[in-house]
Design a protein around this ligand. Structure first.
Ligand code: GLY
Length: 381
């Protein structure tokens, strides 16, 4: 078996080689997955591209990958491609009606990354615009950010989801950038609500919690994208694990780090022997589906926690992150030209018709974790 150092260097070299040609091939796209090995294009959506076109929640990750590569290599082409995808997202602001709480996932790795790395003033404006849209979703009855818009069969006015722990990084950034405490206050109020209602005593987390939108009282929870109510959707665990670590980074509030660690301990205890992560830790043995995105996000979150804990605790998180990343590189990664994506066995949800296919944010978080492991200072959240 290769030493950790050699494996890490080899993997980063493979990422650099693959991104060199994939970025050229997909330079005018905003990919989500691959079709017959080739990136699709979400920026190509219909006339009013509601949820699954230009407003698709994943449309920031391609730009984020390009900013990671720009930071890693200094090559201008990555900046140009990232900026191109950022500009395409302006259409979402113009149309407005398809937007949701995932403005954090969309504009943190694009506009805010651009502003942080280049000082671009248009990007600052975009980031603040997105942050104000997110702030507008805050419900003071219950202190939570509303997740999704109206759905035909569900009243979602009181729905909050664990994924939003990533979106609130946009509010932390806006608070730091503007000096206006409203943004940070809302982000922390949401994080405090999530700590109280989403994290179970065993360290696992719920996906969806419904609150009464008038009184703020908790109504019930839902299994969401996991196997069912009471189950443990793995990507949801990682949004919590990494998300609370981000909240700690922005605020220094110890309870957030403690919560991130609690979720991490639950996650680590459930990593299977082979290091590959299922869609839900409580899914049945048959059918058994993988979700590589959960492995990649968890690895990044574990490395984030490792950066904040004392020397003698660090090894636990570092070792688990490396186990996850090595399992991916050994068994589920494609570095050749047969597929434009790297991770091959990602799943959107347990009950979706499709499983185990490439998803762009799997690649984003995999790359981010590898660069973090190398000691890179890049941080897009
Ligand atoms: N944020 C949506 C998902 O994780 O699928």
């Amino acid at each position: 078996m290769l030493s950790e150092q050699k494996w890490m260097e080899d993997t980063i070299e493979k990422i650099r080689e693959k991104m060199d040609w994939v970025s050229e091939k997909s330079r005018d796209k905003i990919p989500y997955t691959t079709v017959n090995g080739t990136h699709d294009d979400k920026s190509d959506g219909g006339k009013y591209a509601l949820d699954d076109g230009i407003n698709w929640w994943c449309n920031g990750f391609w730009g984020g990958m390009m900013w990671l590569m720009y930071h890693e290599t200094g090559e201008e082409k990555y900046r140009e491609i990232a900026r191109n995808s950022e500009e395409k997202l302006d259409r979402c602001f113009a149309e407005y009606s398809g937007l949701h709480h995932d403005v954090g996932f969309m504009w943190m790795p694009t506009a805010v990354a651009d502003y942080r790395l280049t000082g671009n003033q248009d990007s600052l404006r975009r980031g603040m615009h997105a942050a104000n849209l997110l702030a507008g979703r805050f419900n003071a009855n219950g202190n939570f950010i509303r997740a999704w818009n109206d759905q035909p069969d569900n009243d979602t006015r009181g729905w909050a989801i664990i994924d939003c722990m990533f979106n609130i990084s946009l509010l932390y950034w806006a608070g730091e950038e503007s000096g206006d405490p409203r943004f940070t206050r809302m982000a922390m109020a949401h994080a405090d609500t999530a700590m109280r209602y989403f994290v179970r005593p065993d360290g696992s987390v719920r996906h969806i919690v419904e609150f009464d939108p008038e009184t703020g009282e908790m109504v019930r929870d839902y299994g969401g994208q996991g196997y069912g109510q009471g189950s443990s959707w793995t990507r949801g665990q990682t949004w919590g694990l990494y998300g609370f670590a981000i909240s700690y980074r922005h605020t220094g509030k110890q309870e957030y780090l403690d919560t991130a660690k609690r979720i991490a301990h639950y996650f680590i205890a459930n990593i299977p022997e082979d290091g590959l992560i299922p869609v839900d830790f409580r899914q049945p043995h048959e059918p058994y589906w993988y979700d590589d995105t959960a492995a990649a996000i968890a690895a990044g979150g574990l490395l984030e926690i490792a950066a904040f804990v004392k020397e003698d605790e660090r090894e636990l998180y570092h070792r688990a992150a490396v186990k996850l990343l090595r399992a991916l590189t050994d068994q589920h990664c494609c570095f050749d030209e047969t597929n434009d994506c790297i991770l091959q066995k990602c799943s959107g949800a347990y009950h979706s018709p499709e499983h185990e296919f490439p998803i762009i944010y799997g690649d984003y978080y995999f790359m981010e974790a590898m660069f973090k492991l190398k000691g890179g200072d890049v941080f897009l959240w």
